[in-house]
Ligand binder design. Sequence first.
Ligand SMILES: Nc1ncnc2c1ncn2[C@@H]1O[C@H](COP(=O)(O)OP(=O)(O)O)[C@@H](O)[C@H]1O
Ligand SMILES: [Mg+2]
Length: 410
Amino acid sequence: MALQINATNPEHPALLLELPWHLPLEEWPDEYLVPLPRGISRHVVRYARAGDEVVAVKELAQRPALREYELLRDLDRLGIPAVDPLAVVTGRTDPEGEPLESVLITRHLRGSMPYRSMFETTMRPATMHRLMDALAVLLVRLHLAGFAWGDCSLSNTLFRRDAGAFAAYLVDAETGELHPELTRGQREYDLDLARVNISGELLDLEASGALHPSVDPIDFGTEICARYEELWKELTRTSVYPAGKHHHIERRIRRLNELGFDVAEMQIEHASNGDTVTFVPKVVDAGHHQRQLLRLTGLDTEENQARRLLNDLESWMATQDDYAPGDPLGARPEVLAHRWVREVFRPTVRSVPPELRGQMDPAQIYHELLEHRWYLSERAQHDIGLETAVEDYIQRVLPKRREPLRPTEE
Ligand SMILES: Nc1ncnc2c1ncn2[C@@H]1O[C@H](COP(=O)(O)OP(=O)(O)O)[C@@H](O)[C@H]1O
Ligand SMILES: [Mg+2]
């Protein structure tokens, strides 16, 4: 059988042909390899250079190689964070003509680390909790897409930290199955495997002295399941919103925030019986919101104010016609944010008379207005709108606020 390279991109086969396919992966000379940290694996896995890219090469039998390749392509199509499949090489033989196993080639995930390399540098427990949250997000997203992982573990996950966000990527799809939808039993089974695997891996780390002493491996496994359940419940609650939907959406965002998750993306779909909203959650680091708001709008605020303002910005963006996250033809977030500052933020703040603003800067005022709108809408059980909130705030809240500042006359 002749060497055959199935690739997603027509440019890749030529680059991949340079690699020594006639040698078992374990015997590849160093000149082809890139020494980066690898996780624990059943198969032989190596990183190699292909043009300007670093690729991960995994040796395994032909059928599972082709299957995993297809599954990774499906995940890519579904927008799930997973490694990018590049090619499958089959029909390999050694110089004597003896067959060699096939390989699956994926793009090395830049900036990612296997958990051992991350944890060995004695990680703070707070950071570990955030990483587990990122893994819970990944598992929920996979399950929402109908993917049963079959082997969720720390070794089969890659973690990445950038721009203040924590993200988990699926790296090993070999045992996965894609269904139109998962049953509760399928999800529970997958979750149970995750719990057992993760606790086991943390016990190993503990035994080798690489785990922070305050981390309990068994509790951690249980915690990830609890976080998964909370997030699953919040994301799958039935939600068709009639008019005045803003408040319902805000309530859901606040609930996600209270659970410790943020909204990476939201999509509103209009239908005759109401609107449905879907959220893509994410996990961020302390201080992330402040930096993000500053970057997008130039507004410099405290962290909790920045989070509320970003929520407002994100909800507003989702109502814009040219909002298309991930689509190169859609408006860039910076452009939309600038429009929001001009059309929403500034006019709203300007409607508060300067003499009533006291020491508050514009971002603080806007934050207070959002909180006031939330409070009034909760009381009314529907969205009372920003304009009404502003009026009420000017007439009832601000005058009281100024009272203690006046000299008392008694
Ligand atoms: N595309 C990739 N980017 C970064 N690391 C990778 C990639 N593919 C594999 N790895 C590393 O190789 C390890 C083993 O890969 P995996 O697919 O889990 O093999 P196995 O099926 O043998 O368990 C992973 O834990 C990861 O550290
Ligand atoms: Mg694996």
